[in-house]
Ligand binder design. Structure first.
Ligand code: PRP
Ligand code: URA
Length: 213
């Protein structure tokens, strides 16, 4: 357990941390960056989805008839926060190809650092689904808090948040606003700087994934 409590899971897994270290390098190019974000999302999804509900299914092996377990229903929704969250979708859907995908469009105002909403489209109905919100960066926490509030307004209840790098400030804010949400963090960084960028961080995730600057 960590200082934030049991709903904040900081992975610090060697395989994930190694890939994040390459992401951090300012000399890592767009192509490799994108590939690594996808791979990290898959590794993190493997952990974040370890409590998916299972149901029994009859099967006949070459040896005998038996009962085995499969994932219950088609009940998963993956919701990237635009833009950077899009980079994590392929890694997560590789694990659960039947998942539905919603989108929440938010950007941070450059001066206030507050999130500005511009899009929200979620799979319907959302109430019964396990919802995995993904965004590589949890900085002030404003975008994460806002995205989850929107999902709850639409009826979402079982929500997980998966981010590659977080600042302590963002984890605290998100956890306090939505204590029911499980927050999965790849690496927890030191702090935010005066521009609300994560230190040491990796810079602007959206720009690095999409090659904009
Ligand atoms: C980045 C990032 C998060 C947000 C995190 O997005 O992908 O969504 O900032 O910051 P916060 O925790 O302080 O809200 P950005 O606003 O740069 O938009 P983009 O993904 O379109 O580049
Ligand atoms: N958004 C990013 O992409 N990077 C940060 O460090 C903070 C917010």
């Amino acid at each position: 357990m960590n200082e934030f409590g049991e709903n904040v899971i900081i992975l610090d897994h060697p395989l994930i941390t190694h890939k994040i270290s390459i992401l951090r390098d300012k000399n890592t190019g767009t192509n490799e960056f994108r590939q690594l974000v996808e791979e990290i999302a898959m590794l993190m999804g493997f952990v974040a989805l370890s409590d998916l509900p299972m149901t029994k299914m009859p099967v006949e092996t070459p040896i005998e008839k038996t009962e085995t377990l499969v994932i219950a229903g088609r009940k998963l929704a993956i919701v990237p926060i635009l833009r950077a969250g899009l980079g994590m979708v392929s890694g997560l859907t590789a694990l659960v190809p039947s998942a539905k995908i919603g989108h929440i469009g938010l950007y941070r105002d450059e001066t206030t650092h507050n999130p500005v909403e511009y899009f929200c489209k979620l799979p319907n109905p959302i109430e019964e689904r396990i919802i995995v919100v993904c965004d590589p960066m949890l900085a002030t926490g404003g975008s994460g808090v806002d995205a989850i509030s929107q999902i709850k307004k639409h009826g979402g209840k079982k929500i997980k948040f998966v981010c590659i790098i977080a600042a302590p400030e963002g984890v605290k804010k998100l956890h306090e606003a939505h204590p029911d949400v499980q927050i999965y963090v790849g690496n927890l960084d030191r702090e935010l700087n005066e521009n609300a960028y994560i230190c040491p961080g990796l810079g602007d995730a959206g720009d690095r994934i999409f090659g904009t600057k």
